[in-house]
Design a protein. Structure first.
Length: 263
């Protein structure tokens, strides 16, 4: 565990609290009003959310999920299945249940966030304030692509079809060798994921988000997240852009999530 280490003037204090969570403390230094837990996409990492804390209210604590096999956890083995991953994240969150939680997941992270929400609710009696799912079809409407079974070039091409965020790294041999195993492992995990049948709804309200030009998401399949909340509180938001719309529209997205946290 590291101590608070702001990297630029005005940054929030950041800690790696155990292997699973990178925590951005409230700027006020006080106990947070609510915690926002963020789950990255396949092949992604906690760095995806590094700009979010500066856009959040001072009393919101952001927790970015850190998966094995990348960044500081590079030498650790990958998680092989959804149940193991969601169980581990849920366990890491247990010391944080003294404040309300909201969950945000992008692409693969949306499914992990959903499974984590179910575990919090059914095993620990904690219903997240809101579940925000991004760029992902509802679990019972997802269609595996088999990309994890393709060769390296086809895997990279399949990811690039969705958008260009960070894909230039795969053109650098040293980075390609470093990053491809995590990407393939994540695709193997998400394409092997099978939700309960029928899918289990949560008592958390749900907001679903997608890019208008995302080739990997059918809007009707994203709308189907509305079937997985027991409340009538469901919203679908569309932003300009492709599968990685959240990079160019980070300010707008975080502002909308902030409104959700106030609801």
């Amino acid at each position: 565990m590291t101590g608070p280490t702001p990297t630029r003037p005005g940054d929030r204090p950041v800690r790696d609290d155990g292997p699973w969570l990178r925590t951005y403390r409230p700027a006020s230094g006080r106990a947070p009003r609510i915690r926002l837990v963020c789950f990255p996409h396949a092949g992604g990492n906690a760095q995806l959310f590094h700009g979010w804390p500066a856009r959040l209210p001072d009393d919101v604590e952001l927790l970015a999920v850190r998966c094995p096999g990348r960044q500081e956890r590079l030498t650790e083995p990958f998680v092989e299945d959804m149940a193991t991953l969601a169980d581990a994240v849920t366990a890491a969150l247990l010391p944080r249940l003294d404040r309300p939680l909201a969950l945000f997941g992008h692409s693969m992270g949306a499914s992990v966030a959903y499974e984590t929400a179910l575990r919090l609710e059914h095993r620990h009696g904690v219903v997240p304030r809101r579940l925000v799912v991004s760029a992902r079809s509802a679990p019972h409407r997802s269609r595996p692509t088999g990309l994890h079974l393709r060769d390296d070039d086809e895997l990279v091409a399949g990811v690039r079809r969705l958008g260009s965020l960070g894909s230039e790294a795969y053109d650098i041999p040293e980075l390609r060798e470093l990053l491809l195993p995590a990407l393939r492992a994540d695709y193997r995990l998400i394409e092997g994921y099978r939700p309960a049948s029928p899918p289990v709804p949560t008592r958390a309200p749900i907001t679903a988000c997608l890019g208008h030009d995302d080739p990997g998401c059918d809007p009707d399949d994203v709308q189907a997240w509305s079937e997985l909340t027991r409340t009538r509180d469901f919203a679908l938001r569309t932003y300009p852009g492709d599968h990685f719309y959240l990079a160019a529209h980070e300010a707008e997205l975080v502002a909308d999530i902030t409104k959700d946290l106030e609801a």
